[in-house]
Design a protein around this ligand. Structure first.
Ligand SMILES: *Cc1c(COP(=O)(O)O)cnc(C)c1O
Length: 403
């Protein structure tokens, strides 16, 4: 590969070039929906929902219009509204907390763990009040949150857990699938996710039959039967086309996840060899909380897979310390290497959430990650030589930081 070919963060067309069979299967699925004349819900969606429920190991899967709508409809199904508080990480994609605020409830910020970047169970405990109605752990970047301590907390306070598994389709925690552990799990099939559609789509999973019925009603304006509205819903339906295309891609999921994991392992070995890295320990469990921190003097911190969790590396997010992140990102861009910052502003600092800010709250780990995080390209079809070029360039830049 020529030394200066651009490396993009994600190239969605490569999977079609590399797997002609996939291109043909997707085209056939498209034509079968076209010829069926049924474009919303229907048998294609039923089949996809069944495949998803089987894959996740849960009883019910309800296809919806997007991951954001999955969160919204799940909160609606729990009856969350004004006066209610919902624990959300202060460092996640906007929709996690946006869905809470859209229902008139209050997102209550919980800081993240500096080691796994997910909701800190210790901090969550401190934020509970008698108005807390749900906890939303986010399985950030493709690794689940520390579910066991969060489940203990939720059980002790009789509060449901709603998993935001948008980035973690296929991840597991102690053998259980992301999205199958909480009262409900929310998924996104946005094209950048582990299982990406060719447009917007999402899904809610649950083992609770009554909730499943409610979710199916809510996604169609709360009606059952048609034109009889007992509860207030909306249009949160999934297209038959997305369901058909996703059914084609689902059997390829495991191979795609393995490719992501192999890429992460290659990054890890190349960057570790540089001697420039030290990650912070995961502080989610009590024994870990005793563990000492590793050297903050190292310029790089690599993402780590925690024991008991399979990381699916929807994103490969490193940290660049010493205030060098933005300069190094620019220098990588000058060498045609695309990167992204997930996320530059923690949610408690977003202008639209000003009403939920509590200046006395300590959300230090969210701040640090917003200032230091850098996502490197990691999509399944990325090539080993591209990863080598990214790692070599990054190491050189850390040895000789740009002025
Ligand atoms: C992508 C994402 C969502 C929203 O999914 P959409 O399908 O884009 O609406 C929600 N939460 C997290 C953590 C996400 O990454």
């Amino acid at each position: 590969m020529p030394l200066n070919d651009p490396i993009s963060l994600l190239d969605l067309t490569r999977s079609l070039e590399q797997t002609p069979a996939l291109r043909r299967q997707l085209s056939e699925a498209f034509l079968s929906v076209l010829d069926s004349g049924q474009y919303i819900l229907g048998p294609t969606v039923d089949t996809f929902e069944k495949h998803m429920a089987d894959r996740l190991g849960c009883e019910h899967a309800i296809g919806v219009s997007s991951g954001s709508d999955a969160l919204l409809i799940a909160l609606m199904a729990l009856g969350i509204g004004p006066g209610d508080e919902v624990l959300c990480p202060s460092y996640t994609f906007f929709a996690t907390a946006g869905s809470v605020a859209r229902l008139g409830a209050k997102p209550v910020w919980v800081d993240i763990c500096p080691g796994c970047f997910c909701m800190s169970p210790g901090h969550a405990k401190k934020q509970l009040t008698d108005r807390t109605r749900a906890i939303i752990p986010v399985h950030l970047f493709g690794q689940t949150a520390a579910m066991q301590p969060l489940e203990a907390l939720a059980a002790a306070h009789h509060i449901p857990i709603l998993e935001d598994a948008a980035q973690a389709m296929g991840a597991t925690y102690a053998g259980r699938s992301a999205g199958s552990m909480g009262r409900m799990g929310c998924f996104s099939f946005f094209p950048t996710k582990n299982l990406g559609g060719l447009g917007d789509a999402g899904l809610v999973s649950t083992n609770d039959a009554a909730l499943a019925t409610r979710l199916r009603m809510l996604r169609a304006h709360g009606s059952s039967p048609k034109y009889h509205h007992h509860i207030l819903g909306g249009n949160f339906r999934i297209d038959a086309l997305q369901a058909a295309l996703l059914s084609v891609k689902l059997p390829h999921l495991q191979t795609m996840l393995q490719a992501r994991q192999q890429h992460a392992a290659l990054y890890h070995s190349l960057l570790m060899q540089s001697g420039l890295t030290a990650a912070d320990a995961c502080l989610c469990t009590e024994d870990a909380a005793q563990a000492s921190h590793t050297s903050p003097l190292a310029p790089l911190a690599l993402p780590t897979s925690q024991p008991n969790r399979t990381h699916t590396f929807n994103q490969y997010v490193i940290r660049i310390r010493h205030g060098q992140r933005d300069k190094i990102r620019q220098a990588l861009a000058a060498k045609q290497i695309a990167t992204e910052i997930y996320y530059p502003i923690p949610l408690h600092e977003q202008p639209c959430f000003a009403a939920y800010r509590d200046p006395s709250q300590d959300l230090a780990h969210s701040h640090t990650l917003a200032a230091q995080s850098l996502a490197l390209p990691i999509y399944p079809e990325l090539r080993a030589e591209e990863i080598e070029r990214i790692a070599t360039t990054l190491i050189a830049l850390c040895h000789n930081p740009p002025a």
